[in-house]
Design a binder for this molecule. Structure first.
Ligand code: 4AD
Ligand code: MG
Length: 430
C-alpha cells in the first residue's frame, strides 16, 4: 500500500493507502472505533468497524493510548461532516510504539505546565499550525529578498562589540578573551552591503532582556536587509513593500492553519500599501491627546505603541526619533540634528514594533563622535570604521523580528508560542 501524508488524501479518494502517525484522540461506540490520527501534515478520522478488521486490529484500536505511534491502512472516502472532508475506512492497524501516560491530555493545562513540556506540546494541532505559519513566513521573507536580488550573507554570532547598546549583552568566554552573543547582524551586514550591494543576514540574535514582557525573548530570529546607496525615504518604501508581500505570501499558503488557530484574517488582508507615515513629533501629539504620559524625548513603551497603532487600520511607520533614544550608528536628520533617521514599523492590534531600521551614519568623524557619546570602546569597532574610510556611501537597512511578526499574524498573546523552544528570562529548558 502506498504511504501517503494526510495532507495528500484528497488525491486518493477510493484508494487503499497507508498512513504513519500517532494517535491524537479516540472515541468508541459499540462495534465502531473512531481514531483521530495525526502525522505532522494533518489530522484525520480513521474509522474501524469490527466486522471489517481482524480481532487483533480491533482490540488494538480499543486500547491504543494517546500519542502511541501506529500505522493505519484503509480506504480514503469523502465525508462532508468531518473537518477535513475525508476519513479513512480502516482495514488494518499496526502498533509501532505504545505511549504510556502521555502527560498532556485533551483537558486544559496551565501555561507553566505546557512550557515545561514544550517538547511534547509541539504535537498539539494548535502549536503545529503556528509552527507551519512561522515556516511559511520565513519562506516568504527569503522569497521576497532572493527574488529582489538581495544576496544572503550571514553575520557571525560571536562578536567583540555591542550593536544595540551595552545593557542587554550576553557575555561569554572566547578562549582567552571576552565575546558577546550578537544582538544584531547589522554592522556586518553593512560591510557585506559595501561588497555586494543589496544583502541580508538572517539568524538568531540574543539580548539579555531582564524584564518579563509578552514581546521579549532572549533569543530571537531577525532578518536584516541592508542596501548600499539606499536613503531614508527609499528605506520606508522597501519596508512597506516587503511587509505587504510577505503577509500576502503567508495568507495564501496557510489558510487552513489560520482556521485551526481561529485567527480572523480580515485585519491581515488589509495590509496593503500605502502605510501611514508619521513623525515622532506627530506621534507625541497623538499620544498626548490620548492621555498617554509621554514627553518629547521619551522612547515609546509597549502601551504607547498600542495606542498609536490603534489610530490606523494597517501598519504604521513612525520616523525621525530623538537621536538620544536610538543606537549610535543612526544618521542624523540634516534638517534637525536632534533627530535620527530611524523608523519603526508598528503592527496593528496592539503588537507594536515588529521592524526597526534606519539610515546609517556614513561620515567617519560623525560616527566617531557618536561612538564616544554612547561610551562605546572604539577598538572593537575599528573594522566598522574602515567602511567609512574606504568608499563610504549612504546606506540603510532594517531588522524584522520573526517572533513578534508571527505573534501578530497568529493573534497570539505572547511571543513564547511563536518559536519552537523559547528562551526567556526565566526559561532555558527544555
Ligand atoms: O529595533 P531593533 O533593536 O533593531 C536592530 O537590532 C537593528 N540593528 C536592525 C537593523 O536595522 N538591521 O530590533 C529589530 C526587531 C524589532 O523590531 C523586533 O521585532 C525584534 O527585532 N526584537 C525582538 N524580538 C523578540 N524579543 C526581543 N527581545 C527583541 N528585540 C528586538
Ligand atoms: Mg527597535
Amino acid at each position: 500500500m502506498p504511504h501517503i501524508y494526510i495532507e495528500e488524501v484528497a488525491g486518493h479518494v477510493g484508494q487503499q493507502v497507508t498512513l504513519k502517525g500517532w494517535l491524537y484522540n479516540a472515541r468508541y461506540s459499540g462495534k465502531l472505533v473512531f481514531l483521530q490520527v495525526r502525522d505532522g501534515s494533518g489530522i484525520i478520522q480513521c474509522v474501524l468497524f469490527k466486522n471489517d478488521v481482524s480481532d487483533q486490529a480491533f482490540e488494538l484500536a480499543r486500547t491504543l493510548t494517546q500519542e502511541s505511534s501506529c500505522i493505519v491502512t484503509g480506504t480514503v472516502r469523502e465525508d462532508k461532516r468531518s473537518e477535513l472532508d475525508y476519513e479513512i475506512a480502516v482495514s488494518d492497524l499496526a502498533l509501532v510504539h505504545m505511549a504510556v501516560d502521555y502527560p498532556i491530555t485533551p483537558k486544559e493545562h496551565g501555561v507553566a505546565f505546557l512550557m515545561e513540556n514544550r517538547h511534547l506540546w509541539l504535537r498539539s494541532r494548535r502549536q503545529a499550525a503556528i509552527l507551519r505559519i512561522r515556516a511559511s513566513l520565513i519562506r516568504a521573507i527569503r522569497n521576497y529578498l532572493d527574488s529582489h536580488n538581495f544576496v544572503l550573507v550571514d553575520s557571525p554570532i560571536f562578536t567583540p562589540a555591542a550593536c544595540e547598546g551595552t545593557s542587554t549583552l550576553f557575555e561569554t568566554q572566547y578562549f582567552d578573551e571576552k565575546a558577546y552573543l550578537t544582538q544584531s547582524g547589522q554592522l556586518y551586514a553593512e560591510a557585506s552591503a559595501m561588497a555586494l550591494g543589496k544583502v541580508y543576514c538572517f539568524g538568531p540574535t540574543f539580548r539579555a532582556e531582564k524584564s518579563k514582557t509578552r514581546r521579549h525573548l532572549t533569543e530571537f530570529w531577525m532578518v536584516e536587509p541592508e542596501v548600499a546607496y539606499l536613503q531614508f525615504d527609499g528605506l520606508m518604501d522597501l519596508m512597506e513593500d516587503f511587509l505587504c508581500e510577505i503577509v500576502a505570501g503567508v495568507l495564501a499558503e496557510r489558510a487552513s492553519d489560520f482556521a485551526v488557530i481561529e485567527r480572523d484574517i480580515t485585519a491581515l488582508q488589509r495590509v496593503v500599501k500605502p502605510f501611514p507615515r508619521i513623525t515622532y513629533d506627530e506621534a507625541i501629539g497623538i499620544l498626548t491627546a490620548k492621555g498617554q504620559p509621554v514627553a518629547w524625548g521619551d522612547d515609546f513603551g509597549g502601551d504607547d505603541e498600542t495606542v498609536l497603532a490603534n489610530e490606523f487600520d494597517r501598519p504604521v511607520l513612525v520616523h525621525r526619533y530623538p537621536a538620544a533614544v536610538k543606537a549610535f550608528y543612526m544618521k542624523r536628520d540634516a534638517d534637525n540634528p536632534k533627530l535620527a533617521l530611524g523608523v519603526d514599523l508598528l503592527a496593528p492590534e496592539g503588537y507594536g514594533e515588529i521592524i526597526g531600521g534606519g539610515q546609517r551614519e556614513d561620515d567617519l568623524n560623525e560616527l566617531l563622535q557618536r561612538i564616544d557619546e554612547h561610551g562605546l570602546p572604539r577598538e572593537p569597532l575599528e573594522w566598522y570604521l574602515d567602511l567609512r574610510r574606504y568608499g563610504s556611501v549612504p546606506h540603510s537597512g532594517y531588522g524584522l523580528g520573526v517572533e513578534r511578526t508571527v505573534a501578530w499574524l497568529c493573534g497570539l498573546h505572547h511571543v513564547r508560542e511563536t518559536i519552537p523552544f523559547p528562551r526567556l528570562l526565566d526559561r532555558l529548558k527544555p
